[in-house]
Design a protein around this ligand. Structure first.
Ligand code: SF4
Ligand code: SF4
Length: 161
């Protein structure tokens, strides 16, 4: 597991949905690999798609077929370790849902710099939605439209201004 070596996750470090599931729309991606006692993601999921087997410090597992992409787990993860991906958002663009706790929040339509897990700029992204209801308890989710090929790469962003 490369995470233990350099602190940056790679695609080998977490489960990914099948191509068939990705074709059904938005789905959660859990990138939680730390051995910490934590399980809000399990409790919040209305479809029982997330489980932790055995010890509470084990990383969670997700059943992608049960997940409908509701995003509740994204907003309720204290580690900001859950994202959503929608590969059928548009013909050439995917939508990535990113938990974002900085203020001020970006606005719909804003162009931002989309970053990979290593914090480096990969491409530009367009803010297509900002979800920030009270139920999210100050962890808004910002949805970016990005080139489809970067759907599993983009996991953060920075504003231009
Ligand atoms: S996005 Fe919704 S349905 Fe999917 S795992 Fe998270 S809470 Fe469950
Ligand atoms: S809530 Fe977040 S940090 Fe906690 S176990 Fe779930 S994915 Fe990991």
């Amino acid at each position: 597991m490369s995470f233990l070596k350099d602190g940056i996750l790679t695609l080998d470090d977490f489960d990914q949905p099948s191509p068939a599931r990705l074709k059904q729309g938005r789905v959660a991606i859990i990138e939680c690999v730390q051995q910490i006692p934590c399980n809000p993601c399990v409790d919040i999921c209305p479809r029982q798609a997330i489980t932790i087997e055995g010890n509470l410090t084990n990383p969670p597992k997700i059943d992608f077929e049960k997940c409908n992409g509701c995003t509740l787990c994204v907003a309720n993860c204290p580690g900001l370790a859950i994202f959503t991906v929608n590969e059928i958002f548009a013909e050439t663009e995917a939508e990535v849902g990113i938990p974002y706790e900085f203020l001020p929040l970006p606005e719909k339509g804003e162009t931002v710099l989309a970053l990979g897990r290593d914090g480096k700029v990969v491409c530009e992204g367009r803010v297509v939605q900002v979800r920030n209801p009270k139920a999210f308890d100050r962890t808004p989710i910002v949805f970016l439209a990005i080139p489809k090929k970067y759907a599993m790469i983009i996991r953060f962003f920075k504003r231009k201004q």
